[in-house]
Write a protein that binds this ligand. Structure first.
Ligand code: SF4
Length: 150
């Protein structure tokens, strides 16, 4: 399972396949991370330093974070993609194709002027989250999706 959580300027990514339940995040903040709650991560329960500190405790790479840099990511099912916007300007896309075995992520591109801001990862997670919620498998084809989902 892959999930993205946003609070103010901070994006937290969680990849359950990498989580080996060390509970260090829970030990860092029982308010933000509560395994008995759904969703189990609630960023509204902590401030930015608390969240950053808790994510930094994760030994497995299951939790990672980035700043939004004011960029909005939207899932656009009608176009089989997620897209990133700086205001109204499109600055990145992640395209997928639907098939009998699931959704194949075939391309992830970000305007080079916006590189290094975690946008591509947000785009891939957006598609993966949508696929998981639709009970579809995900087949990473483009090299970036392969890397993010490895
Ligand atoms: S610290 Fe990381 S590996 Fe440990 S429970 Fe939290 S998310 Fe999972």
């Amino acid at each position: 399972m892959h999930r993205t959580y946003i609070k103010d300027e901070l994006v937290v990514f969680w990849d359950s396949e990498k989580c080996y339940h060390s509970r260090r995040c829970v030990g860092s903040s029982t308010k933000i991370f509560d395994p008995l709650r759904r969703p189990w991560i609630d960023l509204s329960q902590g401030d930015m330093p608390e969240i950053w500190q808790a994510v930094s405790c994760c030994p497995s790479g299951a939790l990672t974070c980035a700043y939004t840099h004011g960029i909005t990511v939207r899932f656009e099912a009608e176009k089989c993609r997620s897209a990133a916007y700086d205001g109204e300007k499109e600055v990145g896309v992640c395209l997928y194709r639907e098939g009998p075995d699931g959704w194949s992520i075939v391309s992830t591109r970000v305007d080079p002027a916006y590189g290094g801001k975690g946008i591509a990862k947000r785009l891939v997670y957006s598609v993966v989250e949508a696929a998981e919620r639709s009970k579809q498998g995900v087949i990473p084809v483009c090299s970036y999706a392969v890397k993010v989902l490895a």
